[in-house]
Design a protein around this ligand. Structure first.
Ligand code: 6AU
Length: 261
């Protein structure tokens, strides 16, 4: 059998059973982008400004809504409009980590109502499979998708070995799971996407344990599908449009190189 990492995004989209993943692969192919922006800014205006500027170059726009100081429901309405205008999906990087009943409340309700507007969210499986079931009860009827944090990018992270393998088993067994946060392709058993943070063209890390690898290491060598880039694009002194274009090209070339291998 051909490995998923040897197939084009278009081919994978055509044969995928999850409508959201089909949409994601189609977007990636249309925009020639496997780039996700990690928009870790602290105001509504900055977030919407970035989404409008960088939106044309990304397949996924990743948020941390709980760092926005002036969050309101108009922010998500405007973000949804920009997602439609620029053809990207929204990923709220909430990293749920509680028991099933609690995450159901956190995902569907509260002031953020994440399930109403985020196409994708993620969770740790430390509480066991009930967390996936709780999130699925809210997200499945809305056509959403979940990523499991099978690994992390930071120094000394504890998601390794048997814990990572458990993530893979749970992902295969749960329809609501569309993939992983991690550094590589994890399984051929079904087509689960990997999105990788900790990507930089230059920097090797930050002062708080973040570690960066290049798009080529991640996509060509490790078989990951989507690169997540934050400060490499909007960091101090950077032109976000020029950097987004650069990362988009680097990510896409790394994918083309993988296909050619
Ligand atoms: O490129 P950066 O370092 O500015 O931003 C990386 C982004 C941040 C982190 O919250 C997130 O990626 N992240 C994640 C995710 C996406 O779940 C997991 C992880 O292991 N490392 C990591 O940096 O928004």
């Amino acid at each position: 059998m051909v490995s998923y990492s040897q197939m084009t995004y278009a081919q994978r989209g055509e044969q995928h059973s999850h409508p959201l993943v089909k949409q994601l692969f189609a977007t990636m192919e249309r925009k020639k982008s496997n780039l996700s922006l990690a928009a870790d800014v602290s105001t509504k205006a900055e977030l919407l400004g970035l989404a409008d500027k960088v939106g044309p170059y990304v397949c996924v726009f990743k948020t941390h809504v709980d760092v926005i100081s002036d969050f309101d429901s108009d922010l998500v309405d405007q973000l949804a409009a920009l997602a439609a205008k620029h053809d990207f999906l929204i990923f709220e990087d909430r990293k749920f980590a509680d028991i099933g009943n609690t995450v159901k409340l956190q995902y569907g309700g509260g002031m953020y109502r994440i399930a109403d507007w985020a196409h994708i969210t993620n969770c740790h499986v430390i509480p066991g499979e009930g967390i996936i079931q709780g999130l699925a009860e809210v997200g499945m009827p809305k056509g959403r998708g979940l990523l499991l944090l099978a690994e992390m990018s930071s120094k000394g992270m504890l998601a390794t070995g048997a814990y990572t393998e458990k993530n893979v088993d749970m992902a295969i067994a749960n329809e609501f799971v569309i993939g992983f946060i991690g550094s590589r392709r994890f399984t051929e058993e079904r087509d689960l996407i990997t999105m990788t943070p900790g990507v930089g063209l230059h920097a090797s890390g930050d002062a708080l344990g973040q570690q960066y690898r290049t798009p080529e290491m991640i996509v060509t060598e490790n078989g990951s599908d989507i690169i997540i880039v934050g400060r490499g694009i909007y960091g101090a002194g950077k032109d976000p449009i020029a950097e987004a274009q650069r990362y988009r090209e680097a990510g896409w070339n790394a994918y083309l190189k993988r296909l050619a291998q």
